[in-house]
Design a protein around this ligand. Structure first.
Ligand code: SF4
Length: 436
């Protein structure tokens, strides 16, 4: 269905979970994030980062560490509680919290009681307006107690890191988990009241064949995942040293990766999943599918989302806050994060002020990735016209007046097409992964 144009996929591009991207962050003015949060009325979403996992996977590029050292976990959670109180004290009276997400790492690497302690603190400090609760989970750390905690907290959306059901691929990426472990986790989550369950899957893994991917997609479908995120594995051991554990020679080449992305798209859409953006899929009853149908999909630091809030406050080390005029990232170093939180200060000293031009370009990029089309200002169109030509000639995009539309053939090229509008890219291109 899709045609492989290697020349058009040669450029490494960002995933655009924000624009400008994290690669463009620099030092912020002192207390810039405090001032931005104090001005953030209306609907607000919160993100809490738990940077621990019971076992570290070889491929993982996240800020996470082993949860085995209890003292480290406990001091981190104390700092997070302090940060919750600080952020809540800054939010204006007009703020309404409607979404709360726990991510990581693996939030279920902490104890269920510690998780419920955070839930209590959120209820105590923030103006909650029937929020939607969601959580990222490692099935290897799931158990009945965690299922009960998720039910008690009122979590209705969960995302599990599954990646692949092929045991030889699991061994190669340092993430071994049996189908039984996954299906038991699904049962606990459904019993807890989770109605929107996502499986994160990957293609382009070491030793992975098309048969392996077909088997993984079939398991996923039969286990009833409401949503699927199908990512291409990005092998960048110079940036993620733990990836050097993965045998590079066993990785599928670019054309095989392209074929797997196409296979995933064809298989999932043939089984009733609706495509959301360029790498997500949702069953028609899922809110994400409805958002895709009505053009309401957005993109934030968690990927594609149906969250419409313009204010996302990230809490925890490395967490990123996205506000209309500012993107700010918390301190990455856990020790410094804890010290600043203990002083009642926010640790986000790094980020970028979003200028009007950034917002203009960011909107085009977000609309292209989320909706597949964008109205492009004439000044931007003039700037990209020459670089757009090969995509127009290959029928990957259509241009009608100022309306740019990515065709169904152009979907695997969406990130590259969006990147044409990125004014920051030339200098930092080498830091990104292949677009497919
Ligand atoms: S469970 Fe997720 S966050 Fe933790 S190491 Fe594995 S991939 Fe990384």
């Amino acid at each position: 269905m899709w045609t492989y144009h290697p020349d058009l996929l040669a450029r490494a591009v960002p995933r655009y979970t924000s624009y400008p991207t994290a690669a463009d962050f620099g030092p912020l003015e002192d207390r810039a994030v405090e001032r931005a949060i104090a001005g953030a009325g209306g609907d607000v979403s919160l993100y809490l980062h738990i940077p621990f996992c019971e076992m570290i996977c070889y491929y993982c590029g996240c800020n996470t560490g082993a949860a085995g050292k209890r003292a480290r976990v406990e001091t981190y959670l104390a700092a997070l509680h302090q940060e919750l109180a600080t952020v809540a004290s800054l939010l204006p009276a007009t703020a309404r919290v409607r979404r709360i997400t726990f991510g990581g790492g693996s939030p279920n690497a902490i104890l269920p009681a510690e998780f419920l302690g955070l839930i209590d603190a959120l209820h105590a400090h923030f103006p909650l307006y029937a929020p939607e609760w969601s959580i990222e989970l490692d099935p290897r750390s799931m158990n009945p107690a965690w299922g009960r905690a998720i039910g008690e907290a009122g979590v209705t959306r969960a995302s599990m890191g599954v990646q692949t059901f092929a045991s030889h691929c699991q061994t190669a990426i340092g993430r071994e988990q049996s189908p039984l472990l996954i299906s038991r986790s699904v049962e606990w989550l459904r019993a807890a009241g989770v109605t929107s369950l996502n499986f994160d899957l990957m293609y382009g893994l070491p030793h992975q064949s098309e048969e392996d991917l077909a088997d993984t997609l079939e398991h996923t479908r039969l286990m009833g995942a409401d949503r699927i995120a199908l990512f291409g594995y990005a092998h960048v051991p110079h940036m993620v040293p733990r990836q050097s554990m993965i045998p590079a020679a066993a990785l599928p080449g670019p054309e095989a990766r392209f074929a797997m992305a196409a296979q995933g798209f064809e298989t999932l859409t043939a089984h009733g999943y609706r495509p959301v953006g360029f790498d997500h899929f949702a069953l028609p009853h899922d809110p994400m599918a409805e958002a895709a149908r009505t053009g309401m999909v957005r993109r934030n630091f968690q990927g594609f989302t149906d969250d419409q809030a313009d204010v996302l406050v990230g809490m925890g080390s490395t967490a990123i806050s996205g506000l209309p005029g500012l993107i700010a990232q918390n301190e990455k170093h856990n020790g410094r994060y804890r010290a600043l939180s203990a002083e009642g200060r926010l640790s986000a000293g790094h980020g970028i002020v979003r200028l009007p031009e950034d917002r203009l370009r960011g909107q085009v990029i977000e609309h292209l990735l989320c909706r597949g089309h964008a109205a492009v200002a004439p000044c931007l169109l003039g700037e990209v016209r020459e670089r757009l030509t090969p995509f127009l000639e290959a029928d990957l995009v259509h241009l009608c007046g100022n309306d740019l539309t990515i065709t169904s053939e152009g979907l695997p090229y969406a990130r590259v097409i969006a990147s044409l509008f990125d004014a920051y890219r030339a200098a930092t291109q080498r830091n990104f992964s292949a677009a497919i």
